[in-house]
Design a protein around this ligand. Structure first.
Ligand code: SAM
Ligand code: SF4
Length: 335
């Protein structure tokens, strides 16, 4: 499936819920965001119908996200059914890891092969400040569980925010002894930057990825450790725009994702669906196409569902044009 700019679109990110067991400072305000009404959130069978139609159109990769996707009731069975959908090759999950120790075995059995776990710091106090309600032990236990149950790849995603002054070197070194793929993601102006939702993005808080790699290497040199090298052969399989590096002899890699300092819009391969059934052509755009209305119209057939997906496909912008702020926050869109 190609969009109007010639890009192949084969990846759908589905937000299962806007609920979350954390309250990360860059994602939602302390009191949480105004929650979607239960009746507004797509039912599991509605999600599956969209997946089936999308798979027929050429979508082969599905990522489940949120909010926290693992708090969604029925997620294991949903993964089982998505994995069994003809045309779908890979199902993946982005999670804060808290529920992985409890659920990893069932998720694996259901057909989930890969997980991305979000962790922004190795400092327990800072972790508490960032997530407001979580403890680092929870997420670290989630990473252990993901490795123990053989998910591959296991990626650890860290949002870099300059004013948080994170320990990038210690973080990158997580990739040395275990097959972990640490990825640093530039802080993005989604939602909150508008002021409408809370916590305030500022350009000064973006750490450009090139600077980040230089900082890691300078700190490594100061500590007598080797520098990161571009990873050529050992890149983890992925569907996104990360650039990968590796410490000599490391079991994992270090990736950088630079939506701001190096636009990768020309390689964009995805559509998004929010938990309340809106198809978003671009993370940074507020344009949305309502598939829920069609799913709930007893007279609408799969062709009509397909038409909504095609409308969203046709509306994919060529790039995000440095847009700052979106009406909905990351937890509502599905980061
Ligand atoms: N709750 C799950 C988690 O935290 O992995 C999935 C949803 S969360 C919205 C998905 C990802 O978006 C997380 O890795 C989070 O760190 C990232 N994220 C949230 N707000 C962001 C922002 N303003 N800029 C960059 N990444 C952000
Ligand atoms: Fe929840 Fe993920 Fe947002 Fe943190 S980043 S508040 S874990 S949805």
């Amino acid at each position: 499936m190609k969009d109007a700019h010639g890009r192949t679109i084969d990846y759908l990110r589905i937000s299962l819920t806007d609920r979350c067991n954390f309250r990360c400072i860059y994602c939602m305000p302390e009191e949480g965001v105004q929650q979607m009404a239960h009746g507004d959130i797509l039912r599991i069978e509605e999600i599956l119908r969209v997946v089936r139609v999308a798979a027929n159109m050429g979508i082969s990769k599905i990522r489940l996200t949120g909010g926290e996707p693992l708090v969604r009731k029925g997620v294991v069975d949903l993964i089982r059914d998505i994995s069994a959908t003809p045309g779908i090759d890979k199902v993946s999950l982005t999670t804060n890891g808290v529920l992985l120790p409890r659920m990893a075995a069932d998720l694996k059995d259901a057909g989930l092969s890969r997980v991305n776990i979000s962790l922004d710091t190795l400092d327990p106090d800072q972790f508490k400040r960032i997530t407001r309600v979580g403890t680092i032990e929870q997420t670290l236990a989630g990473i252990d569980a993901a490795l123990e149950y053989g998910f591959n790849p296991v990626k650890v995603n860290a949002v870099t925010v300059r004013s948080l002054n994170q320990d990038y070197l210690a973080f990158a070194r997580l990739s040395v002894d275990r097959p972990l793929h640490v990825r640093f993601i530039e802080y993005m102006p989604v939602g909150e930057s508008t002021g409408a939702n809370g916590c305030g993005w500022g350009k000064q808080d973006v750490v450009p990825s090139d600077e980040l790699i230089e900082t890691i290497n300078a700190r490594a040199a100061a500590a007598g450790l080797p520098a990161l090298q571009p990873a050529t052969e050992s890149r983890p399989e992925g569907w996104g725009p990360a650039r990968y590096y590796q410490f000599p002899g490391a079991l994992g890699t270090v990736g950088v994702i630079s939506p701001l300092s190096r636009h990768f819009c020309s390689e964009c391969n995805r559509l998004r669906m929010t938990a309340d059934g809106k198809i978003r052509p671009c993370l940074f755009s507020d344009e949305e196409y309502d598939v829920r209305a069609v799913l709930r119209d007893a007279h609408a057939d799969d062709e009509t569902v397909r038409a909504v997906l095609l409308q969203a496909l046709g509306a994919k912008p060529d790039e995000h044009h440095d847009k700052v702020g979106t009406d909905r926050g990351m937890s509502q869109i599905g980061g």
